[in-house]
Design a protein around this ligand. Structure first.
Ligand code: PRP
Length: 169
């Protein structure tokens, strides 16, 4: 396996600052619930919150895809601690790929009566999309490559890389 640089750390941090500014403007006078989808989005979420100039509530969810299934069946292994009823909600992901994970999650969370749900992802890989997902805030669009670093893993490795790399055979 070889790693090739795709997005350097300076570009990642600059883009996150821009996203933080935009979210701060869009949610002025509001207090959204930020839902970090573990584990990959943890790094992005923490850095994004450093650039928010609005109050917010941070919460975490954990999902597991049923192994061997690409049906979009997802299991919640850790649910939110807080109730999003009548709250503005922002789901934070490291990557939207097929869209199956967020498709399931959006359907599930909409039944809880939030005022709004938006999606914020660091990486978007639209060519792999199976389920149409409204992506409201996106860091970078990427081609169909295997990416690691900045939270993204290959068998739990590489999450702590500061840059986003392409993993190649
Ligand atoms: C990744 C990523 C998203 C999902 C995106 O999580 O964090 O949750 O896959 O893929 P999809 O659009 O095809 O559903 P992963 O299952 O690798 O878990 P992790 O974040 O804990 O590494």
């Amino acid at each position: 396996m070889r790693e090739r640089l795709l997005i350097p750390r300076e570009d990642i941090l600059r883009r996150i600052e821009e996203l933080g500014d935009k979210i701060s403007r869009d949610y002025m006078d509001k207090e959204p619930v930020l839902v970090c989808i573990l584990k990959g989005a943890a790094y992005f979420t923490v850095d994004l919150t450093r650039h928010l100039k609005i109050p917010f509530i941070l919460d975490f969810m954990s999902m597991s895809k049923y192994s061997g299934s690409d049906s979009g069946v997802v299991r919640i292994t850790k649910d939110l601690d807080i109730d999003i009823y009548e709250r503005d909600t922002i789901l934070i992901e490291d990557i939207v790929d097929t869209g199956l994970t967020l498709g399931y999650l959006l359907r599930n969370l909409r039944t809880r009566g939030p005022i709004s749900i938006k999606v914020c992802t660091l990486l978007d890989c639209p060519v792999r999309r199976i389920v149409d997902i409204p992506v409201d805030y996106k860091g970078f669009e990427i081609p169909d490559v295997y990416v690691v670093g900045y939270g993204l893993d290959y068998r739990e490795r590489y999450r702590n890389l500061l840059d986003i790399m392409v993993l190649e055979e």
